[in-house]
Write a protein that binds this ligand. Structure first.
Ligand SMILES: [Zn+2]
Length: 440
């Protein structure tokens, strides 16, 4: 993966390259093994590995279609591979107890450049966006034409001008992308520090960034924590976090002013374990990642973010918490807020001010809905263990805590659409902190 900077000095905006790291089972590894093997064995191995692909016997096509998903974030259970009709029928790979089967992401090889691939995916609604994401290089993602629905399945048809392509539920963003983003933020901006939030339950690193631009050795007066991707399948939320982070470390005058005004902690990918294996994550066992915000969290990432928030709040420098998600299939972009009964007058005033600032900035192509929803007792029986509700109940009363749900099933739910929402959200924070949220 290459993340490029638009210029070489200071805090630059990262290039919008739509980059995604692919874990390559690798061609080089295969060749190393192959160099020691007898010729017949070598040929067999290479055919099995898809390195040598010959014409399909009795077929008009030059090569066999092959599906692989043995890379970071990959997920596909192949149900049918119809070589003659260039039809691939898949569903998300099953992962027991690891949440909804809704995320899919695979590589297709053996394509005759210029041919149309038919991709049939189930099941609706969660695994079947109107348009799938596809890429010719595994880095730049675009959308297919709208699919045709048939019951709980959807069929996409897409001409592919390459011998191989990647297809996914939405633009992927995997743990190595989060690590690369945090590392580059620290390289690009001298006020940004990458750090390891924690090791996950399965031992994976969870990267994060702290941005703190001190003036005369004084830390900025306000504190903001932004997290994304408690639900592994909601890849768009990590792209929103990336857009926000890229803007925050940029040389835009408003970004510089905001850095002087607020310290930020950004975690672009909370559930690294499920994202790494391509599981959906939502409603995983023993409970959902976003029903874990208690005094005894199960997930190390939740415990680590709670500790940061408690520390900032106890020092009187915490003001805003934003948890980034993607909603249900037909939902617009909108906020979930804590139930009104948890807010005092200042908390409600600040929530109204922040939502107004966000509405003024998140104007499209994925505009913020005018309707903010509440996630209280009527929403879920573990409502108190939802991130923002825990924050609201465990921090000072002026603190605003919200969930931003960014629409994923639209023609604008692309990498650029999500990055734009992230930049707009950052500008909304700038706008909100023009006032003093702690003033009575
Ligand atoms: Zn979610």
């Amino acid at each position: 993966m290459t993340l490029k900077s638009c210029s070489t000095t200071g805090c630059n905006i990262l290039a919008r390259c739509g980059a995604t790291i692919r874990f390559r089972f690798s061609y080089c590894q295969r060749l190393k093994v192959a160099a020691k093997a007898p010729l017949a064995l070598l040929t067999g191995m290479m055919l099995a590995a898809g390195v040598l692909v010959g014409p399909v016997p009795g077929s008009a096509f030059a090569a066999e279609l092959r599906v692989t998903a043995d890379f970071e974030g990959g997920s596909a259970k192949v149900e049918t591979l119809d070589q003659e009709n260039r039809l691939v029928r898949i569903s998300p790979a099953p992962h027991a107890d690891r949440g909804w089967r809704c995320w899919w992401y695979f590589k297709l090889t053996g394509i005759d450049p210029g041919q149309t691939i038919t991709l049939d995916v189930g099941e609706a609604p969660w695994a079947t966006p109107d348009r799938a994401a596809y890429s010719l290089d595994g880095r730049m993602w675009q959308q297919t034409a709208p699919g045709k629905r048939d019951g709980r399945r959807i069929v996409y048809q897409q001409r592919i001008d390459a011998a191989e392509a990647w297809f996914a539920w939405g633009p992927p963003f995997v743990p190595s992308d989060a690590a690369a983003l945090c590392k580059l933020a620290a390289q690009q901006c001298r006020f940004a520090q990458q750090f390891e939030l924690c090791r996950s339950r399965e031992g994976r690193s969870t990267p994060a960034v702290r941005i703190c631009q001190t003036t005369d050795a004084q830390p900025p007066p306000y504190g903001v924590v932004v997290i994304a991707r408690q639900h592994a399948w909601e890849s768009g939320s990590s792209w929103v976090a990336r857009g926000l982070l890229e803007w925050l470390i940029s040389d835009q005058p408003e970004a510089i002013a905001l850095r002087k005004r607020a310290e930020f902690v950004v975690v672009p990918l909370m559930d690294v374990d499920n994202t790494a294996i391509g599981a959906g994550g939502k409603e995983q066992k023993p409970h959902d990642h976003n029903r874990d915000w208690t005094d005894e969290p199960y997930f190390p990432a939740v415990a680590a973010v709670q500790k940061i928030i408690r520390q900032m709040d106890s020092e009187g420098r915490f003001d805003l918490f934003i948890d980034l998600h993607n909603p249900a299939a037909n939902d617009p972009t909108f906020f979930f807020a804590s139930p009104k009964e948890l807010l005092n007058q200042i908390g409600q005033r600040n929530l109204d001010r922040f939502v107004a600032a966000a509405k003024a900035e998140i104007t499209g192509p994925l505009p913020l809905s005018t309707k903010t929803r509440e996630s209280g007792a009527g929403y879920d029986k573990r409502w108190q263990a939802i991130s923002k509700n825990w924050v609201t109940q465990n921090t000072r009363k002026h603190v605003v805590a919200v969930t931003l749900e960014t629409a994923w099933n639209t023609p604008h739910s692309t990498t650029e659409g999500y990055l734009t929402v992230g930049r707009q959200l950052a500008k909304a924070i700038y706008r909100y902190l023009q006032g003093d949220p702690r003033q009575d």
